[in-house]
Design a protein around this ligand. Structure first.
Ligand code: ADP
Ligand code: MG
Length: 288
């Protein structure tokens, strides 16, 4: 593991805007495709269902999920699906080929298995989702758009994250972080050679997220990967805005997890001093 951890030059960072982008959760093209079920879609679905890497998913992927995958292929974001990188509680992540020999990661949320009540709680206070009802489908759709918007916002704030490429219904396509020897390893899976520098990069990323109005909400050595000398923050689905009623509690927990990881690497850091660093300077509270 290298020593620089890829902290990007702040001079090249755009100042995040005060406006929050609108997020549309109206009926998707994928739902229309699933309803219409033309011959081409049926063939695609059969092919995917027969493919080894999706065998285990036959029972949990609904028609509209297949339609979302189909739409992503039609739109040219995905050329071929590879194997699963991770099968989690709420989402599976697949390796796939994108256009022009690129590699992409495809994160598929399982609507039926999703703990959507908890998801809904995480959307609270977020100005992008005002007026969102309690419908399970809408919540999951909002979730994927939120993850994509959070990744974009984080990127603009100078935090190294996977670049979001496309969001279709419950499926997110993003830049693949990894190389010939597979997906990038999580911070907790590698030997951290220079914990001081890694810590400095982490706390600066947390500060930049915070000043962009975002709190990760599940930050730990499990959601940071190490790739080509850089730390890359992943899994921003549950991230909340500073408007969330419990945003302070989430940030405190993130600080506890991160500080405790680096204490195990031998650093003398406290939860409080990390919290102080991250929240200074205060983001503009009038930001909407
Ligand atoms: N863009 C990506 N490139 C490569 N691997 C990824 C990417 N996104 C996620 N992964 C891998 O998949 C795992 C699960 O993804 P994550 O977004 O953390 O979902 P979960 O909510 O299941 O934790 C990660 O720990 C990481 O190993
Ligand atoms: Mg994760």
């Amino acid at each position: 593991m290298g020593n620089e951890y890829g902290l990007v030059d702040p001079d090249s960072v755009e100042t995040p805007g005060d406006e929050w982008e609108e997020i549309d959760v109206s009926d998707t093209e994928a739902d229309r495709i699933a309803r219409k079920r033309d011959r081409e879609f049926n063939q695609f679905q059969k092919r995917i269902k027969d493919a080894d890497q999706f065998k285990v998913e036959q029972s949990v992927f609904d028609d509209a999920t297949f339609a979302a995958l189909y739409k992503l292929v039609q739109d040219g974001h995905v050329e071929a699906f590879g194997g699963p990188i991770s099968t989690g509680k709420e989402a599976n992540v697949y390796h796939a080929l994108g256009p022009d020999d690129t590699e992409v990661a495809v994160k598929v949320y399982r609507i039926n298995a999703s703990n959507f009540r908890q998801m809904r709680d995480y959307l609270e206070g977020d100005p992008r989702f005002e007026g969102l009802g309690g419908k399970k489908k809408d919540v999951v759709l909002a979730w994927v758009k939120k993850e994509s918007a959070n990744l974009e916002r984080a990127r603009k704030a100078g935090v190294r994250v996977p670049r979001p490429i496309a969001a279709e219904r419950n499926v997110l396509v993003m830049e693949y972080i990894g190389g010939e020897d597979g997906r990038a390893k999580r911070l907790g899976e590698v030997h951290v050679e220079n914990p001081e520098t890694a810590y400095e990069v982490m706390r600066e990323y947390m500060r930049r997220l915070y000043s962009a109005g975002i709190i990760h909400g599940d930050l730990s050595e499990y959601n940071v990967v190490f790739h080509e000398g850089q730390l890359v923050v992943i899994d921003l689905g549950q991230s909340v805005t500073v408007h969330h009623p419990n945003s302070r509690g989430f940030l405190e927990r993130d600080c506890r997890n991160v500080a405790s990881f680096f204490r195990r690497q031998g650093l003398e850091v406290t939860d409080d001093e990390l919290f102080e660093f991250v929240t200074d300077p205060e983001p503009d509270p009038s930001r909407e």
